[in-house]
Ligand binder design. Sequence first.
Ligand code: SF4
Length: 294
Amino acid sequence: MELTQTLIDWYKHHARLFPWRMKNVHPYVVLVSETMLQQTQTSRVAEKLPLFLEVFPTIHDLANASNGTMLRQWQGMGYNSRALRLRDAAKAIVNVHKGVIPSDPDLLRRLPGIGPYTSAAIACFAFNKRVVVLDVNIRRVYSRLVARQTTTADVVDDDTLGAFAESIIPLRRSSLWHHAVMDLGATICTAHNPKCDACPLSSMCPSAFVMQNITRTKPQEPMFRGQPQRIWRGRIVEALRGVQAGRYITISALRKHILGEHSETEARWLEDMIDALVRAGHVTRSGQKARLAD
Ligand code: SF4
């Protein structure tokens, strides 16, 4: 198909180079990097991945890690629950699959923390399986290629995108193809102001040069002091990472460190955040003291 070959040819000269895109990359590296990439930018993952693999060189090392070790090694990545789910997935792979990462997306989806996107991405990038991978970049590019979009915010439903993908993913080059679409979406067919004049697909694209540039506002996250609560949860974990392993810090010292000057209501809010982190397995609390979980 002309479109497929044109994009693959473009990718050969414009590929972004990342450690998880090396030839014959091990499925374990794909599992870890895809988990990291779920909510962390590629440049940060490129920096953290080699350090993480030094600490956990095999899936067995990862499966044996404690909550505290995982949370310390996840420093700088955000969304700390992912670290624990990744360790739980590694445990399940060791216990159920004898340490061998499955290539079947259905089996992958049964692992903790592995959703439809990540299971398809592992099957595709680790095993070159011809499966439909839809992330935010790929959804956007396919939407614009499948039908004429009138604004940059328009995205087509997944059934239509899936059928379109099935018709163009090349046999035996699924991994290469999906990397190419991702890179086109990240660098040329961007969310705002797509660079149609620099796009290799412009002559085949019904949306080329016609979309009105608009921005849709995202739904608001729960906020505290004008910042998302998840940022504050990250700060609590970060503060506890700085405490020697196994040692506690008093809740009042933690409160002062995190909140500075604060009201009674804010102090109660922080207690609720700490208790939520205890329930999530990130923090251990003993009366009025807390530390990173074991
Ligand atoms: S021509 Fe424009 S809208 Fe179409 S794929 Fe390329 S960048 Fe995207």
